[in-house]
Design a protein around this ligand. Structure first.
Ligand code: PEP
Ligand code: MN
Length: 355
C-alpha cells in the first residue's frame, strides 16, 4: 500500500471519527429534549422497554464486521451516556459536596463553631454510668476550656449481655451535668423513635458506626435541626459515608459533622485501622467538618496522643476521645479510656501544636 493510499484512508477515518462525534452529540441533544418533554408530563426518564426496542432495531440492521455482542455493548454505553445527561442535579453534585457548596459548613453547638478552622474537642466517658462519674469528667472538660461533653446513654454493644446504657435516664444525667458546667451534650441515639425526646436533652445527635447505614435513623436525624455527628461505619467506604451524610442533608438538616473512627481491616494491632487519609478526602469532597475519634479507631490508650496529633496535622476540625474517672472499672471500653491526669497531659500536648 502506498503512502498516498494510507494517508487517504486515515483522512477518511479522521472524518468518520468527527461524524461519530457529531452524531453522538446530536443524539445527546435529542435525549435532552425528550427528557424535558417527559418531565413536563411527569413521566419516568428511564424506560427499559424503549431501550430494548432501540437495541433490537439496531441489531436487526447490523451486518458486520463487528460481533453482535460488541455492537450491543457499544450502544448500551451510548444509552448510558444519555441517561447520565438526564440525571437530575442531585446525582451529579450531592448536597454535601464541595461542588454543590464550595465554602465550609460551620456547625454551631452552643457557641462552639465546628468547621471554623479551629480545633474542637468532644470529650467524655464512653457510657454514662452515674451523675458523679459524668460530673467528674465534665469538671475537667470545663477546666480545659472545652465545650462539648460526650457520653453514651444508648450503647450499641456487640453482645446483648453487655451494659446497654441508661437510656433516657442517662440523657437526663448528661443534661443536668451539662447545665451545671455550661457544656454541650453529644450523645448517641440508636432509634428513630427516640430522636424527638432525646432532642430535649442533647445538643448533638451522634449516629454511631453501627448505624451509619440505618437509613430510617438518618432520615429522622435529617428531619430535625439538631446538629448531627455522623460516624463512619465499621467497614464503610468513603463514598458510602458521604451518601449517609447525604441522607441527613437531603431531609433539610445541614448541621452535620463527620467523624472518622477507624475501619475494620485484617490488622489486629489496633481495634480498628484509623484511615487518616479519609480526613483530607472528606474535606475535599464535602463542605462538612471532620473529626477524628482516636479512642474507637485505635482502641489503645498509648496511641491516643500520636493519632490525635496526626489528626490535627492532617487538617481535622477536631478530636473525639473518651475520658473516665476510673477506666479500670468502666462499664464499657475500659481498655481505651483516659483517666483524668492522662487526659490533662493529652490536652497539654495537643495545645502545643497550636492550631
Ligand atoms: C461511641 O462513640 O460511643 C461509639 C460507640 O463509637 P462507634 O460508633 O464509632 O463505635
Ligand atoms: Mn466507647
Amino acid at each position: 500500500m502506498s503512502n498516498e493510499q494510507l494517508d487517504k484512508l486515515r483522512a477518511e477515518l479522521d472524518q468518520v471519527n468527527l461524524d461519530l462525534l457529531s452524531l453522538i452529540n446530536r443524539r445527546g441533544q435529542l435525549v435532552q429534549q425528550i427528557g424535558e418533554v417527559k418531565e413536563k408530563h411527569g413521566m419516568n426518564r428511564f424506560d427499559p422497554v424503549r431501550e430494548r426496542d432501540m437495541l433490537n432495531k439496531i441489531l436487526e440492521e447490523h451486518n458486520g464486521p463487528f460481533e453482535y455482542s460488541t455492537i450491543e455493548h457499544l450502544f448500551k454505553e451510548i444509552f448510558k451516556m444519555a441517561l447520565e445527561l438526564q440525571e437530575d442535579d442531585h446525582r451529579k453534585a450531592l448536597l454535601v459536596s464541595r461542588k454543590n457548596k464550595p465554602e465550609d459548613t460551620v456547625v454551631n453547638i452552643k457557641g462552639e463553631t465546628v468547621g471554623d478552622g479551629n480545633l474542637h474537642y468532644v470529650m467524655g466517658p464512653c457510657a454514662v454510668e452515674s451523675y458523679e462519674q459524668v460530673a467528674e469528667v465534665a469538671k475537667v472538660v470545663k477546666s480545659q476550656g472545652l465545650k462539648m461533653l460526650r457520653g453514651g446513654a444508648f450503647k450499641p454493644r456487640t453482645s446483648p449481655y453487655d451494659f446497654q446504657g441508661l437510656g433516657i435516664e442517662g440523657l437526663k444525667i448528661l443534661k443536668q451535668v451539662a447545665d451545671e458546667f455550661d457544656l454541650a451534650v453529644v450523645s448517641e441515639i440508636v432509634s428513630p423513635a427516640d430522636i424527638e425526646e432525646a432532642c430535649e436533652y442533647i445538643d448533638v445527635i451522634q449516629i454511631g458506626a453501627r448505624n451509619m447505614q440505618n437509613f430510617e435513623l438518618l432520615k429522622a436525624a435529617g428531619s430535625v435541626q439538631k446538629p448531627v455527628l455522623l460516624k463512619r461505619g465499621l467497614a464503610a467506604q468513603i463514598s458510602e459515608f458521604i451518601n449517609a451524610a447525604e441522607y441527613i442533608i437531603s431531609r433539610g438538616n445541614e448541621n452535620i459533622i463527620l467523624c472518622e473512627r477507624g475501619i475494620r481491616t485484617y490488622e489486629k494491632a489496633t481495634r480498628n485501622t484509623l484511615d487518616i487519609s479519609a480526613v483530607p478526602i472528606l474535606k475535599q469532597e464535602t463542605h462538612l467538618p471532620v473529626l477524628v475519634d482516636v479512642t474507637h479507631s485505635t482502641g489503645r490508650r498509648d496511641l491516643l496522643l500520636p493519632t490525635a496529633k496526626a489528626a490535627v496535622a492532617i487538617g481535622a476540625d477536631g478530636v473525639m476521645a473518651e475520658v473516665h474517672p476510673d477506666p479500670a472499672v468502666a462499664l464499657s471500653d475500659s481498655q481505651q479510656q483516659m483517666d483524668i491526669p492522662t487526659f490533662e497531659k493529652f490536652m497539654a500536648e495537643l495545645k502545643k501544636m497550636n492550631r
